[in-house]
Design a protein around this ligand. Structure first.
Ligand code: ATP
Length: 747
């Protein structure tokens, strides 16, 4: 049975295009770093002169050879037709960096204070965000590690497997158990293819007058819900949808062996602009008023993930959906959810505890606010449907008042704050018993150990009889294994990233730079300076490992007179909202950020993403990179690593990331950076050092050898211009397992 699948798979996986980077000049050259500005050396395809980046994997090397010596044409970079889905590579991810135990000093000090007060669990309970979640990942690290081990072993044993088939192995296995024809006829469809207030343990809650409570702004009541029932529904009924989509069908469907769910592999139509489909929203059973809202939002056709998921979701099925970053997943889960509200019986206006019908969970405050804003846009012509957002960093009492004064049917929340409401808001648990649709956005992150307990609690608080939607750009195997926590057994896995193809966008050029730590700050400055000079409309995200490292790097770049903002969990929510809005609207700005901006945040037109230091794992690398190249636009990504961090590259070896030559930094620039570092506040450098140590200590690989780790941390301290490593509280060192390690200073 499985053998039958392969011809189909081949059809779905067109041969490799020889021209992946058609515009790249591949003539070897010895780069004179002085003659060629650093950024241009890293992205030589922008230029008419020579450069020879080294491909990471051998397949890519082969492609490069096939390309031969070609004249470089520069902007605009356009990927070759059909190449996006034509590539294969062994699926990386077998070797994954472990999640950090302590993501930043906030967690560290909170942890310490928790230890002091012996109230760790109770304190942690009510405010969670990205950074915090990373802290809490500690308990799950071992689990993650063992998953990784399993995966590694599995992949080892599969070495003989043809790599071109490897990506489809799951499908093949699962097909062998199932009735292909039934599945195909039923489901075939066409397709192109932080942070709740970091109040954990923090004693301050921020009052937030400028909180973007969309539901409140809209001041929607429940009065018109009855009217909604008489809303005109578009002509197409479900069968029509099916036939339209069936006509377009090019997909394969099989039962997901691991968890019993349906698995749908979506094919490529052979064009590189894979983000949009040819299908219109009115081809689905969507209410006329929703269609009006969609039109006003400027959406004409569905994106690939919308086209693939909407018909299934409109039928009420549970779905786990995977689609590349910036391809419209938010609308994909909001629209069918809104349709459920429309079709629900009217709620009595005088009801004391009106039900929440749709519950959307997002891992970060920014993302929750963004999703609520999108919902608000789509609800333009549904004035009686209310959407509210509950997130950390705002006063709980204020949210309670708002929810009481103006009950909504759609609630968007971060996990920690939601749990807080479940436990502390009168009548809230009763309202949740009305939930018909549960959405986990960035599902893999939410199902990760950092959020797992909250999510389990939330799932226990909503009815079993519900529809559940899990969306993410990354769905690692371990998430497939545990998604039954949330999904029904017969759920569908709709994967719009073709198995064997890359999870990143082709139009985003990726580079990695490996250089000693002492060069990282000067190199970062040089890269940014060059990019700013080259791009009048620059908009750059610089990702750092922890919140305190983020603050220090932002200070440094500010001292270097770059136009910089910073965002991380240690900033008050009002500040974060303001900076996030500013960056969304601005051009000519650099946002230095922790992982609060890694997932989901939709900043338009980001020109460059720089990741400094080890990303927590492969998924985080992909999500951070995904802040650029959204909606089919071009973008660039640079990963700056130290030599001892190079192991991370094996986890992303299937991605088209090229090795860039390290630009030399001229003595004047070095001095300039040193001077700027000397102006950065000592306490910020000390905090960065401690946070850096905590972050790498929690990395399975780097943190294994404590002696080496301390040496590296002290190298980092020197790179900040410090003669002696800052002293760290004894309690903290003890907790990190670093007591009595030579080279550390304690206080
Ligand atoms: N049908 C559509 N046509 C055009 N643009 C759309 C459509 N649907 C969504 N968009 C826009 O696409 C952009 C990206 O959408 P969204 O943020 O939902 O992506 P995503 O897939 O969730 O990304 P991430 O994985 O990073 O969370 C948004 O600006 C959104 O307004």
């Amino acid at each position: 049975m499985p053998i039958k699948l392969f011809p189909n798979l081949r059809l779905l996986n067109p041969p490799l295009s020889a021209t992946r980077f058609p515009s790249m000049n591949l003539k070897p050259s010895v780069n004179s770093s002085r003659a060629i500005p650093a950024f241009r050396r890293i992205f030589p395809f922008k230029l008419k002169y020579l450069g020879l980046p080294t491909r990471v994997n051998s397949q890519q090397q082969q492609q490069q050879q096939q390309l031969g010596l070609r004249k470089l044409s520069t902007r605009p970079f356009r990927p070759a037709a059909s190449s996006e889905f034509g590539r294969r590579g062994s699926r990386a991810g077998e070797i994954r960096g472990s999640k950090n135990l302590i993501d930043d000093e906030a967690e560290l000090s909170d942890w310490v204070s928790d230890l002091r007060t012996d109230s760790f669990h109770s304190n942690k309970r009510f405010s969670k965000d990205d950074d915090v979640s990373d802290f809490r990942k500690g308990s799950g690290r071992e689990n993650r590690g063992s998953y990784s081990m399993k995966r590694r072993r599995k992949s080892d044993s599969d070495d003989s497997y043809d790599s071109s088939r490897r990506g489809n192995r799951n499908s093949v296995n699962s097909f062998s158990r199932n009735n292909i024809s039934n599945n195909t006829s039923r489901f075939s469809r066409r397709s192109n293819s932080e942070l709740e207030a970091g109040n954990v343990g923090r004693k301050t809650r921020f009052s937030n007058d400028d909180e973007n409570d969309v539901g409140e702004e809209r001041r929607r009541g429940m009065s018109g819900i009855r009217d909604l029932l008489s809303e005109e529904v578009s002509d197409n009924d479900d069968d029509d949808d099916d036939s339209v989509l069936r006509n377009n069908a090019r997909s394969l469907i099989g039962l997901d062996k691991e968890n019993g769910g349906m698995s749908v592999a979506i094919s490529s139509p052979g064009k590189h602009d894979s983000f949009m489909s040819e299908s219109r929203f009115d081809q689905c059973s969507i209410s006329a008023l929703s269609l009006k809202g969609i039109k006003d939002a400027g959406y004409e056709k569905m994106t690939i993930v919308q086209e693939a998921t909407l018909p299934v979701l409109l039928k009420g099925k549970d779905v786990l959906a995977k689609a590349k970053t910036g391809t419209g997943k938010t609308v994909a889960f909001l629209l069918p959810s809104i349709e459920v509200v429309i079709k629900s019986p009217p709620v009595d206006r005088d009801q004391r505890r009106p039900p929440i019908l749709v519950l959307v969970i997002c891992p970060t405050r920014e993302l929750a606010t963004q999703a609520a804003t999108e919902a608000s846009t789509l609800l333009k012509y549904h004035p009686s449907i209310g959407v509210q957002v509950v997130i950390g960093g705002t006063r709980l009492a204020l949210e309670q008042k708002r929810m009481q004064a103006n009950p909504c049917q759609i609630l968007v929340a971060t996990p920690g704050r939601l749990r807080d409401h479940i436990e502390n808001t009168a009548g809230f648990a009763t309202r949740l018993m009305g939930v018909k649709v549960l959405v986990l956005d960035e599902a893999d992150h939410l199902l990760d150990m950092g959020f797992r307990k909250d999510i389990e609690k939330i799932i226990a608080a909503v009815p079993k009889q519900r529809q559940t939607l899990l969306f993410s750009a990354t769905v690692p195997e371990e998430v497939r294994q545990i998604c039954h926590i949330a999904l029904k057994r017969d759920h569908e896995f709709i994967n719009t990233v073709e198995e064997g193809s890359e999870e990143t966008h082709e139009q985003v050029r990726q580079m990695h730079l490996v250089a000693p730590l002492d060069l990282h700050f000067p190199l970062l400055y040089v890269l940014l300076r060059e990019h700013v000079a080259d791009n009048p409309e620059y908009k750059v995200l610089v990702f750092c490992t922890t919140a305190m490292v983020t603050r220090m790097v932002a200070d440094l770049l500010g001292e270097l007179k770059l136009n910089v903002r910073e965002i991380h969990s240690r900033k008050p929510q009002s500040y974060r909202t303001r900076v996030s809005d500013e960056f969304r609207k601005s051009k000519g700005l650099i946002l230095v950020t922790s992982d609060v901006s890694a997932r989901g945040v939709d900043y338009p037109d980001v020109t460059l993403v720089i990741q400094v230091g080890l990303p927590s794992d492969r998924e985080q690398y992909i999500h951070r990179l995904g802040r650029t190249g959204r909606k089919g636009k071009e973008g660039q990504g640079i990963l700056l690593l130290a030599p001892w961090e190079e192991f991370f590259l094996s986890t992303i070896k299937d991605l088209p990331i090229l090795k860039a030559p390290v630009p030399s930094v001229d003595p004047d620039t070095k001095k300039k950076v040193e001077r700027a570092l000397s102006h950065v506040e000592m306490k910020n450098k000390e905090a960065a050092y401690q946070a850096w140590l905590g972050y790498y200590n929690s990395n399975k690989k780097v943190g294994r050898d404590k002696y080496k780790l301390v040496e590296l941390a002290n190298e980092y301290s020197r790179s900040m211009g410090l003669d002696n490593p800052p002293a760290i509280p004894k309690l903290v060192l003890g907790k990190m397992g670093l007591r009595n390690i030579p080279g550390l200073r304690s206080k």
